[in-house]
Design a protein around this ligand. Structure first.
Ligand code: P6P
Length: 333
């Protein structure tokens, strides 16, 4: 059994300029994950169920756990002193760590501290998503917005924690995707899924079909393709939608499948956020042998223009994405 810390050190040569800073950073994330996991596991008796009564920058009702998780990850990252700035779904602007030590750091973190948190009240698994870049502004000065508006191809690391039937941390530094399972009795993440690869083909599709009437024509055609009876191609596929991106992504990563959140009447640009949901998940998916697009172009090549911008998101098994994109191209007006 090898722990996350031991694995990171053993793989130190994988990290660009193996300086140990990225190792420290991943260590801070794993520590924060354990703290959040502890509260989630007793949410019903920890007075953190339900909403704060306020809306976040997204105009979404903020869950108490959203704020709690945001504070825990912010504090852990600031305390470990390896980052010079953070952007979060729960923060309108990016956060600068401008003390003398932090401004000399080279990494920034973008995160969705608790994705799908409305599911906590009904005991459905949720997740934390993180994305790590090297700053592009001069070291020694406070970070600027451009540091956070880099395309996904510039990520140096990305990952998620899934607080599910077991708690796992899954990450990539560009050398494969590796999963670690937390032993709650010890509070230690152990390597459990080394070098995860998604099957090129899958038979699971994840989408909120309640929005069917406002889907683009190509998505409607693809759904009918998934539902058609064709034994040779193992159709009809199975529909599985948890409503928690990290949970749907994790199942598809291990079993094969496709997750789609397209444009809808309520979310004409798509619902998911490019910087701290789609880019990190796209990095992981590509590293696992899958792919991720907005239905037309590679997600990680989109040049961001705003911190909280949204995008349509198609992510999963290579051949399933190809099928879906073929429909999108054929029926796009
Ligand atoms: P809908 C959760 O709010 C989230 O951002 C993702 O985790 C999830 O996949 C999606 O939104 C669910 O959205 O509109 O289907 O409820």
């Amino acid at each position: 059994m090898i722990t996350l810390g031991e694995y990171i050190i053993a793989k130190q040569h994988d990290f660009p300029e193996a300086s140990g800073e990225l190792s420290q950073l991943l260590g801070a994330i794993s520590l924060a994950a354990k703290v959040v996991n502890r509260e989630i596991n007793k949410a019903g008796i920890a007075d953190i169920i339900g909403t704060t009564g306020f809306e976040n920058i997204q105009g979404e009702i903020q869950q108490k756990m959203d704020l709690y998780a945001n504070d825990v990850f912010k504090s852990a990252l600031e305390a470990r002193g390896e980052v010079c700035g953070i952007a979060s779904e729960e923060e309108e602007e990016f956060i600068t760590f401008d003390d003398e030590r932090s401004v000399n750091n080279k990494y920034i973190v973008l995160m969705d501290p608790l994705d799908g948190s409305s599911n906590i009240d009904v005991n459905v698994s949720v997740g934390t998503i993180f994305s790590i870049y090297k700053r592009i502004s001069p070291i020694g000065e406070p970070v600027i917005l451009e540091d956070f508006l880099q395309p996904g191809v510039a990520q140096v690391a990305a990952g998620y924690i899934i607080y599910g039937s077991s708690t796992m941390l899954v990450y990539t530094t560009g050398n494969g995707v590796h999963g670690f399972t937390c032993d709650p009795s010890l509070g230690v993440f152990y390597l459990s899924h080394e070098n995860i690869k998604i099957p090129e083909d899958g038979s699971i599709y994840s989408i909120n079909e309640g929005n069917y009437l406002s889907f683009p024509e190509g998505v409607k055609k693809y759904l009918k393709y998934c539902q058609a009876i064709d034994k040779e191609s193992n159709r009809p596929y199975t529909s599985r939608y948890i409503g928690s991106l990290v949970s749907d992504f994790h199942r598809n990563l291990l079993k094969g499948g496709i997750y789609i959140y397209p444009s809808t009447a309520l979310s004409p640009q798509g619902k998911l956020r490019l910087l701290y949901e789609c880019n990190p998940m796209a990095f992981l998916m590509e590293q696992a042998g899958g792919t991720a697009s907005d239905g037309f172009q590679r997600i990680m090549e989109i040049k961001p223009s705003m911190l909280h911008q949204r995008t349509s998101f198609f992510c999963g098994s290579l051949n399933m994405i190809a099928e879906a994109q073929e429909m999108m191209n054929k029926y796009s007006t």
